[in-house]
Design a protein around this ligand. Structure first.
Ligand SMILES: Cc1cc2nc3c(=O)[nH]c(=O)nc-3n(C[C@H](O)[C@H](O)[C@H](O)COP(=O)(O)OP(=O)(O)OC[C@H]3O[C@@H](n4cnc5c(N)ncnc54)[C@H](O)[C@@H]3O)c2cc1C
Length: 478
């Protein structure tokens, strides 16, 4: 297929939160993208129920947060680590809390948003094969009318979830371990008998597994998560039965649940795996296609959406010829360690939630440690995404270097992040047209160069020379 005409610039496989965010980023940068989604219609089911502060900041950066907040159910004032509260107030952020919103509503916004940019989401289209050559990729796609179609593009991104076909086609290894713990997630309707929770709780764990984790989703529907010894004996591929859910709904803490209906239910595990490489030539992976882990602390969707914000502008720069392919190498270099960190912290949480007297003692000890400000800041930084710091080779040291740019509201009210460009002409030189994100805001630095994903890639006094290396590295050679 070398030399064949391109149908589009980037094929995004998977219309979950990761793929839809990525396609939005590409569209904003003027790159043509097509999203392939095998489900003919949105299921309306939600695994995730939250946005972490860093995801909220990034959506806000693009002016996409407000419509998402319009669809949210609540805010949750803290984060948590295995149910131990984490204080997000210690961060300089406009969003020191979790946004309580079902995943389906986030996806609904992201897909509607793509329509505004004329990005096609081809539903009922399943990727069945993917080949690459020196010039591009060729996707084989099963279409709803039963025919097979071939699509040609410069790059493909696998945002096609845990069992990613793209990952397999690109021969990218997915090392890690299978699940040891099996649990059930269910959305259920309960009779309103005056005992049901009205606030979103943090999960609580005790030594004998006698907690009931019920999250009110409105209209009598509750999110119910349960595990326990019986679940470990069951076939992980067997459908969840209503009897199983009913049996798990034991009264606890004054709540007496009476089951009316199971809306949907599925099993999940604490399997932990991560793609060895996030890039193989012209094929990249993002979201669950690149990493799976125990959903403790509410991080998976957030990690995937943040992968997309890291990859989108880089891919757009390369596709449009503004930057060389080496910019794409930084995607793996930056996001693989962040993903590995989430696998690590969720494995640790998986240990801490075991119903066992000794583990309970360990939990109490960890809870005591997390009450210390420095420990809270470190762990809250991991779970919220606010603690991410990317290596910025070649840039002079600075407290802000590699960290997220603290928020500054744009004067036109269309987004938050940075003041309008105010860097002196001689500092940016020929990059001026490309670099829209420079601020001399109240950051303690005289000048800050910020990448399109909101991370500081150079900071320092203008008198100390131009940030030429950083400009070349992140914004390409003019
Ligand atoms: C019980 C549970 C609770 C969770 N709670 C949270 C939480 O509170 N907070 C949080 O942040 N995360 C949570 N997660 C994790 C979160 O749901 C996932 O991390 C998130 O869905 C990943 O998004 P994604 O877009 O990468 O993948 P997915 O959501 O899996 O989307 C992939 C898409 O690709 C499509 N697809 C697959 N194969 C193909 C193909 N061959 N061709 C075309 N399309 C294809 C699929 O149909 C799907 O729509 C939870 C997970 C579980 C299991």
């Amino acid at each position: 297929m070398t030399g064949a005409a391109m149908d589009t610039d980037v094929i995004v496989v998977g219309g979950g939160p990761t793929g839809l965010t990525l396609a939005g980023e590409l569209a904003l940068a003027g790159v043509r993208a097509v999203v392939l989604e095998r489900q003919p219609v949105r299921s309306g089911q939600s695994r995730a129920l939250n946005l972490q502060p860093r995801t909220a900041e990034m959506l806000d950066m693009r002016g996409w947060l407000e419509p998402v907040l319009d669809r949210a159910l609540t805010t949750v004032p803290t984060g948590h680590f295995a149910g131990i509260p984490l204080d997000y107030d210690v961060f300089d952020t406009a969003f020191p809390y979790q946004v309580g919103i079902p995943q389906a509503r986030v996806e609904e916004f992201l897909e509607d948003n793509l329509a505004a940019y004329d990005v096609p989401v081809l539903r009922g289209h399943e990727l069945t094969g993917l080949a690459q050559d020196a010039d591009g990729v060729t996707a084989t796609v099963a279409t709803p009318d039963g025919t097979t179609r071939r699509l040609r593009a410069a790059y493909a991104v696998g945002a096609d979830g845990a069992r990613s076909r793209v990952r397999k086609e690109a021969h990218i290894a997915f090392p890690g371990r299978d699940g040891r713990l099996s649990m059930v997630v269910a959305d259920i309707v309960l009779a309103d008998n005056g005992t049901l929770p009205t606030q979103w709780p943090l999960p609580r764990y005790d030594a004998r597994d006698e907690q009931l984790f019920l999250v009110p989703l409105g209209g009598g529907v509750f999110r119910f998560l349960f595990g326990g010894p019986e679940q470990q004996e069951r076939d992980r591929d067997a459908p969840v039965t209503e009897d199983e859910v009913r049996a798990a709904l034991r009264p606890a803490g004054g709540v007496r649940p009476e089951l009316v209906e199971v809306r949907w239910a599925s099993r999940f595990t604490d399997a932990a795996r991560q793609a060895e490489q996030y890039r193989a030539g012209r094929v990249l992976l993002a979201g669950d296609a690149a990493h799976i882990h125990f959903p403790a602390g509410g991080q998976g969707l957030n990690l995937g959406v943040q992968d997309a914000f890291n990859l989108g502008w880089k891919l757009a720069s390369v596709v449009t010829g503004r930057a060389g392919e080496d910019l794409l190498e930084t995607y793996h270099a930056e996001r693989h360690p962040v993903g590995a960190g989430v696998l690590r912290n969720t494995r640790a949480q998986g240990v801490l939630v075991h119903p066992d007297e000794d583990v309970h003692a360990l939990r109490e000890t960890v809870a005591g440690m997390l009450a210390q400000p420095d420990a809270n800041r470190y762990v809250a930084g991991l779970v919220s995404g606010l603690g991410i710091r990317y290596p910025m080779p070649g840039a002079p040291p600075h407290p802000l270097l590699g960290a997220r740019m603290p928020g500054v509201r744009l004067p036109d009210g269309r987004g938050r992040l940075l003041a309008p460009p105010r860097a002196p002409e001689d500092m940016l030189g020929p990059w001026r047209e490309r670099v829209g994100l420079v601020a001399d805001a109240a950051t303690g630095a005289d000048a800050v160069l910020v990448r399109p994903d909101g991370y500081v890639c150079w900071a320092g006094p203008p008198g100390e020379g131009t940030p030429r290396t950083a400009l070349e590295r992140w914004f390409g050679r003019p």
